[in-house]
Unconditional design. Structure first.
Lengths: 379, 358
C-alpha cells in the first residue's frame, strides 16, 4: 500500500530531445493508474524509472513522501511484471513463485502460506507442481503475475502483460488483473498502448504523447472532456470524426461550413444551443474551427427520407460494414470522410445517396491553431 | 476470370497431417475468407492454390482447368502477405512496377506506367510513388504490398493475414479500406485471417478451418448465428462463448454436470436424445444480469470492465467464470451477489465428444 508521486520527471538518453519531458502525477494509495499512449510516447520509460531500471535524468520520484530516485530496484519494494513471462524453465510453478521469498529469506512456513494464498487468488493451485513448459500462455501469465505479487509489493508495475496472449483471452486476463486489484488493494501502475484495455481497467488514466502528459483523469473525463484533439481522437474507437469548418453565427441559426469540395453547410437552430456554448463559440464567428463528432453520434439515413435542412448534410456512402450487432458506415461529404456506427441495417449499398444527421450537444469544437478543446458546460 | 474448386485435398508434412480432406469452392468474383486459429492449415491451403506446395490427394480446379500439379507461374495468381516484403531500396513506383517487368510479361514502359498509376489511384497511394518503403506508415506499406499483387490483374488474389501485425485501430481502418477497394474491383479473392470481424465484414462466404478440417462453410452471418461446432463458436465472437457441460433429461431440460443448475430448455432441446452428454454454449451478449434470487445462475461479481457504452461484468458462479454485458448506467460493484438470467432460445448445444452442434 503506497502513494506514488512523480514531480517534473525527465529522462534523456543522450540525444537532443528528452524521451520524457518533465511529467508530474500522483497515483493514490490503492489506485489502478493506467499509462496510455502510442509507441514512443515515453510510457514504458516512465514505468522503468519508477521500478528503478532506468535512472532519472531530472526531477523526483517519491513513494509515501520519501524520495526514491537513488534507491536500487530491490530496495523500493515495487514489483514489476513484464510482457514476456521470464519464468525459470527448470523450476516448478511453486518454486518459481516461491523464489523471490527465498531471496528475502522468509521461513518455509511463511513462504508456503504466501504461495498458496496468491495461487488461490489466481486460480493456479492445481498446477503448482507443473513445469512452465507444460503450461498454456494464459497460465504462464498468471504464474508470472503471481511471482510478482507474492512479495506483497507496495506498488505493482505492469508493462503490456497481455500482448502475448491470444486475443480471445484478453478479456479474461483483464478481469483477472482487475480482480487482483480489488482483492489485494495494491497500488498499480499499468502500461498499455491499447485504449480499450486502458478504459476497461483504469480508475484513472494518463494519456501520454511525445514524452508529455496530455491529460490525467477517469476514462469518462477523457471521453467527455478531452483537453485537445489528440485526446479526443485517441480515446474512442472508431476515432472521432474531425472536420475543418468555418463557423457563422446568425440571429436564429448557427452555420458550420464544411471545408472541402463545394459548399456543404450544417445548420443548427440557435434555440438548441446553450448560451454558454454560444458565448464560447462567438469569438470564432467568421473563422475556422475544427468540429468533432463521434461515429456513435452520427445518424445515417437514405436521402429519400428527407427531413429539412437542420442538423444534417448530404453524402455518398462509400462502404457499409455489417458487424455483429452494429454496422459501420463510411460516408463522403464534400471530400470529408465521416464514419458512423449504426444499428444493423441491411438496405445500405455502396454509392447510395445518404444524409448524415447529428445533434449539437454531441459536437466537440477545437481551435485549429492550438488544437485545444473549446470547452463549455454541456447541458 | 476464375472459379476455384478445392476438392478433397490432403497434405502432410512428414507424419503430420496438415490438411484432411479439405473441400470448398469459390465463385468468380467472390470474396472468400478462410478463418482459423494459428496452426489450422490456412496458409497451407493458400500455398496449395498458389502451387507453392503440391497436395498428396485431391484436385484443384482453377477456371475449369485442373491446376493441381501446375507450376505457380502458370496459374495467374498473385499473393500478398502480412509482412509486406517490399524491396527497401526501390521506390513505391518501382515496387509496384516490378511484377510487370518480369521477362515473361514483356510490357512497354508506357503500359507499365498506366498500370502502376491505375493501381496507385485505386489504393490511394498515388501521392507516394516516389517514396521509399521506410518513408511510409504501416498502413501505406500494406497498401503498396497489396498493390504489387493487384497490378498484374491476376485471376485470383490470395491474401495471407495482411493485417495481422497491425494494431487494433489500424486493423479496423484497414478492414474498411479493403472493403472499399474490393467494391471497386472484380477479382476473385481468397483471404486468410484469424480475425472473425474481417470474415464477417468482408466476405461473401467463409470456410472455418480447424486442425486441417473444414468445420463449416457458409455465409458469415450464418456462421455467427448457427456455429456448427464448439471451435467455430469460440472463433466467432468478440467474447468467446461460455460453455457448461451437462446432460439433457427426458423432458428436454439441461442439467449441469455437478448439479449446480437446471435450465428449462424444452423449447429447443426436445429433439435431443435424453441422457446425451452435451455442452451448453452461451454468448455473453445474450445473458442478463438480474437480482440474486431470480437468476438461473447465482454468483458474485468477480470483476467489472468499463467500455464507455457498456460494462463487461465477470461473474463467478459454481466454479465457472461467466461474462455478462450490461448497460453502462447499471450500478453494481465487486463482490456483489447477483443472478444471471438465461434465455433458452439463446442456447447452443454441442456434443461433448465430437464438439459438433446438435
Amino acid at each position: 500500500m503506497a502513494t506514488l508521486r512523480l514531480e517534473n520527471v525527465h529522462k534523456n538518453y543522450g540525444i537532443l530531445e528528452d524521451a520524457v519531458k518533465g511529467i508530474s502525477f500522483t497515483c493514490n494509495d490503492g489506485e489502478l493508474m493506467v499509462l496510455l499512449g502510442p509507441s514512443g510516447c515515453g510510457k514504458t520509460t516512465t514505468l522503468r524509472m519508477i521500478a528503478g531500471l532506468e535512472s532519472v535524468t531530472d526531477g523526483v520520484i517519491k513513494i509515501d513522501g520519501k524520495v526514491i530516485n537513488n534507491l536500487a530496484p530491490q530496495q523500493r519494494n515495487v514489483a514489476m511484471a513484464f510482457e514476456t513471462y521470464a519464468l525459470y524453465p527448470l523450476l516448478s510453478v511453486y518454486k518459481n513463485i516461491a523464489f523471490p521469498l527465498q531471496v528475502m529469506k522468509l521461513s518455509k512456513a511463511e513462504i508456503d502460506r504466501r504461495v498458496r494464498e496468491v495461487a488461490e487468488v489466481l486460480s493456479i493451485t492445481d498446477i503448482l507442481n507443473n513445469l512452465p513448459g507444460r503450461l498454456s500462455g494464459g497460465e504462464k501469465q498468471r504464474v508470472s503475475l503471481a511471482r510478482a505479487l507474492v512479495r506483497e509489493p507496495t506498488i505493482f508495475l505492469i508493462d503490456e502483460p497481455l500482448s502475448h496472449i491470444d486475443a480471445d483471452l484478453h478479456y479474461r486476463a483483464r478481469a483477472l488483473i482487475k480482480h487482483i486489484h480489488v482483492t489485494t488493494g495494491t497500488t498499480m501502475v499499468y502500461v498499455t498502448h491499447d485504449q480499450k484495455e486502458a478504459v476497461a481497467l483504469a480508475d484513472r488514466l494518463i494519456l501520454m504523447n511525445l514524452g508529455t502528459i496530455q491529460q490525467i483523469g477517469t476514462p469518462q473525463d477523457l471521453y467527455y472532456h478531452p483537453v485537445n484533439l489528440f485526446v479526443a481522437s485517441f480515446i474512442s474507437e472508431p476515432p472521432m470524426n474531425t472536420i475543418l469548418t468555418r463557423l457563422e453565427m446568425g440571429e436564429s441559426l448557427l452555420l458550420l461550413h464544411l471545408q472541402g469540395e463545394g459548399q456543404v453547410i450544417l445548420h443548427f437552430s440557435v434555440d438548441e444551443i446553450p448560451s454558454c456554448a454560444q458565448h464560447a463559440l462567438y469569438r470564432y464567428h467568421g473563422k475556422e474551427i475544427i468540429m468533432g463528432v463521434r461515429p456513435q453520434n452520427v445518424r445515417i439515413q437514405h436521402s429519400a427520407k428527407g427531413g429539412g435542412i437542420l442538423k444534417q448534410v448530404p453524402g455518398k456512402l462509400l462502404v457499409y460494414e455489417l458487424l455483429v450487432n452494429e454496422g459501420i458506415a463510411q460516408v463522403l461529404v464534400n471530400g470529408n470522410k465521416f464514419e458512423c456506427v449504426t444499428p444493423l441495417e441491411t438496405t445500405f449499398r455502396a454509392s447510395d445517396a445518404v444524409r448524415l444527421a447529428m445533434d449539437f450537444a454531441d459536437l466537440y469544437f477545437f481551435d485549429p491553431q492550438t488544437t485545444n478543446h473549446i470547452e463549455y458546460k454541456r447541458r | 476470370m476464375a472459379k476455384l474448386v478445392f476438392d478433397r485435398i490432403c497434405k502432410s508434412f512428414g507424419k503430420i497431417k496438415i490438411l484432411k480432406n479439405v473441400s470448398f469452392d469459390c465463385n468468380d468474383g467472390e470474396f472468400l475468407t478462410i478463418v482459423g486459429p494459428s496452426g489450422s492449415g490456412k496458409t497451407t491451403v493458400l500455398n496449395c492454390i498458389a502451387g507453392l506446395v503440391y497436395p498428396e490427394k485431391g484436385t484443384i480446379i482453377i477456371g475449369g482447368d485442373d491446376a493441381t500439379l501446375k507450376p505457380p507461374q502458370e496459374r495467374d495468381i498473385a499473393m500478398a502477405f502480412g509482412s509486406y516484403a517490399l524491396y527497401p531500396r526501390f521506390s513505391v513506383y518501382k515496387n509496384l512496377a516490378f511484377p510487370l517487368r518480369s521477362p515473361r510479361s514483356r510490357m512497354s514502359e508506357h503500359e507499365i506506367e498506366q498500370r502502376v498509376t491505375w493501381v496507385a489511384k485505386l489504393l490511394d497511394i498515388d501521392p507516394f510513388l516516389d517514396r521509399l518503403p521506410q518513408e511510409l506508415s504501416q498502413g501505406q506499406r500494406q497498401r503498396v504490398s497489396l498493390g504489387r499483387a493487384l497490378v498484374r490483374e491476376p485471376n485470383l488474389l490470395l491474401l495471407d493475414e495482411p493485417t495481422s501485425h497491425l494494431d487494433a485501430r489500424l486493423r479496423n481502418a484497414m478492414r474498411r479500406e479493403l472493403k472499399l477497394i474490393h467494391n471497386k474491383m472484380t477479382q476473385t479473392i481468397i483471404y486468410v485471417t484469424h480475425d472473425y470481424l474481417e470474415a464477417l465484414s468482408l466476405s461473401d462466404r467463409v470456410v472455418v478451418l480447424v486442425k486441417g478440417e473444414v468445420l463449416q462453410f457458409d455465409k458469415p452471418r450464418n456462421i455467427y448465428d448457427y456455429p456448427a461446432a464448439v471451435e467455430v463458436a469460440k472463433l466467432f465472437g468478440d467474447l468467446p462463448v461460455i460453455l457448461f457441460k451437462g446432460k439433457i433429461d427426458d423432458a428436454g431440460n439441461f442439467i449441469e454436470e455437478s448439479g449446480s443448475f437446471t435450465l428449462d430448455t424444452t423449447v429447443i432441446a426436445s429433439q435431443i436424445m435424453p441422457e446425451t452428454a452435451v455442452m451448453l454454449g452461451l454468448r455473453p451478449t445474450d445473458l442478463q444480469l438480474v437480482p440474486y434470487k431470480s437468476g438461473t445462475l447465482k454468483g458474485e461479481i468477480y470483476s467489472i470492465q468499463y467500455q464507455f457504452e457498456k460494462k463487461l461484468v465477470t461473474v463467478s458462479t459454481n466454479g465457472y467464470l461467466v461474462e455478462v454485458v450490461i448497460p453502462v448506467d447499471m450500478n453494481i460493484s465487486e463482490k456483489e451477489k447477483v443472478g444471471i438470467h438465461i434465455r433458452p432460445e439463446a442456447c447452443f448445444f454441442f456434443d461433448q465428444e465430437t464438439h459438433r452442434s446438435i
